[in-house]
Design a protein around this ligand. Structure first.
Ligand code: HEM
Length: 467
């Protein structure tokens, strides 16, 4: 038994539908009702929800080795990934992390930047074509109402697909990046819907068949990508090359290649899309922050008739990797958006042995839930927590305490794609907003939905205005 207050089993049963419909709202109300440590009476597993910096730190940092990812959350994901960095533990995780890490070093980020800007430029072209077709503005100069959520998902899929598989398009012209990404989406859809309505694993349901089909596509594509890379005689030093070399050296099992590639597609697209969607929403809601962002973009990327400094040769050119450090406000907007809308809104772990989490004794096998969403909205850590204030990250606003800001997790399992994601988010925003503004569409307030990441139910419509 956990020595923490919480609902009775019959309360949980009564609330089950509500928990499924709005898990984040349920956690929020649980904290309001029972405080920062809440025990949930599940029949098979003790579950502790801990909403303190000290509790999160104990589990994710101080005693990280005593906690595993053997949880419902990661169990569901591993149906798609097999073994991969996100879901594995112990020595298998350590070795895979060591192998993959160099692919995420600074030297690889220039390629991420290039793909991010290219994806944003394709998106701009689609928007302009759509606006021209709808007769919105001369030549479709970026006007009209668009679903930025769908657009962000498409752009981030392209970035992760092309960064990981881009050089490996088949001779027949079939884009394997797109195929594997489509299969991952299909499989994820099945896993999310099954997590909501559990069906015995042996039942040959249509969703089970869809999952098997998607898994087969992933197997085939990865096999082909690997064969092609091997046929070149050079393994290369990108993620695929590093994984193959590690398999050859016996450091990783052969199936790790598929597991890690699929893991990166899953971990690396919807998270960044969620970040972009909510950042655009916040900018639309806060014209003064958007104005400052535009001023920064004008300074760095030039303005029509008045090109910027030496680093801005053409009026409002597309941003580049080199511009990143010149965009501190854009970056602060992203950082603050990740505080208010952390895409990974919940993180879970299971204890391998007894532990004490922020004063609560937990037996082995306890499931602990930490929510970056709730921690990052604690008033004692973030004054006026609901207020969107990018100044918190530029030194102009209240300081953000270490430990109370964890959109990328913390400790040894910190997101390996953190710099990848920040590079991508800042450059996509800069590319999209350099000559247009986003405004809210009256009556189309987004509805927050906490799925694998924080999504906008039915998308997020914003009005684009040329500027
Ligand atoms: C804004 C975007 C992103 C957010 C908010 C995010 C968030 C997170 C969080 C919170 C974790 C830790 C989970 C835990 O401790 O249980 C994590 C881990 C991970 N992320 Fe990200 N992520 C993002 C983008 C990316 C990208 C772009 C990639 C890859 C291309 C990626 C790959 C991974 C991987 C492989 C792990 C597992 C790392 C390990 O355990 O060694 N993520 N991410």
């Amino acid at each position: 038994m956990l020595d923490a207050p919480g609902p009775l089993p019959r309360d949980m049963l009564r609330d089950l539908l509500g928990i499924r419909r709005d898990p984040l709202g349920y956690l929020r109300s649980a904290v309001e009702r029972w405080g920062d440590h809440v025990a949930f009476p599940l029949p098979t597993t003790p579950v502790l929800f801990v909403n303190t910096v000290a509790g999160a730190r104990r589990v994710l940092v101080e005693n990280a080795g005593g906690w595993t990812k053997q949880t419902v959350q990661y169990g569901a994901l591993s149906l798609v990934t097999g073994s991969g960095l996100l879901t594995s533990d112990g020595s298998a995780w350590r070795e895979a992390r060591r192998v993959a890490q160099p692919a995420f070093h600074r030297s690889g980020l220039a390629a991420v930047a290039e793909q991010s800007v290219a994806a944003a430029e394709r998106l701009r072209a689609r928007w302009d074509a759509g606006a021209a077709a709808a007769g919105d503005g001369p030549g479709g100069a970026g006007g009209g109402v668009v679903d930025v959520d769908a657009a962000a998902l498409q752009a981030t899929l392209e970035v992760v697909g092309r960064t990981l598989f881009g050089g490996d398009v088949t001779a027949e012209g079939v884009d394997d990046g797109e195929r594997v990404v489509a299969a991952v989406l299909e499989a994820l859809g099945v896993v999310v819907s099954r997590a909501r309505t559990p069906v015995p694993g042996w039942l040959p349901t249509p969703s089970r068949r869809r999952l098997r089909r998607a898994n087969r596509v992933m197997d085939e594509v990865v096999e082909r990508v690997v064969a092609r890379r091997r046929a070149t005689g050079e393994l290369g030093d990108d993620l695929l090359g590093l994984l193959l070399a590690a398999v050859d050296e016996g450091r990783l099992p052969p199936e790790a290649v598929r597991g890690e590639l699929v893991t990166m597609v899953i971990a690396g697209h919807e998270t960044v899309a969620s970040c972009l969607t909510w950042t655009l929403h916040l900018l639309a809601q806060h014209p003064e922050a958007q104005q400052r962002l535009h001023a920064e973009l004008d300074r760095v990327l030039g303005v029509p008739g008045n090109p910027g400094g030496p680093s801005a040769p053409a009026p409002r050119r597309a941003p580049t990797w080199e511009d990143l450090r010149e965009l501190p406000w854009t970056r602060a907007v992203v950082d603050e958006s990740l505080r208010l809308y952390p895409p990974a809104w919940v993180v879970t772990r299971r204890s391998e042995a007894e532990d004490v989490v922020d004063g609560v004794a937990v037996p082995a096998g306890t499931l602990v839930i930490v929510s970056p969403w709730l921690l990052q909205r604690r008033a004692d850590a973030h004054p006026d927590p609901e207020r969107f204030d990018p100044g918190r990250f530029t030194g102009e606003g209240p300081e953000v305490p270490r430990g109370a800001y964890l959109p990328f997790g913390a400790g040894a399992r910190l997101c390996i794609g953190r710099d990848f994601a920040l590079t991508e988010a800042v450059l996509v925003l800069a590319a999209l907003l350099r000559d247009r503004a986003v405004r809210p569409v009256p009556g189309r307030e987004p509805v927050l939905e906490a799925l694998v990441t924080l999504r906008a139910r039915d998308g997020l419509e914003l009005r684009l205005e040329p500027r």
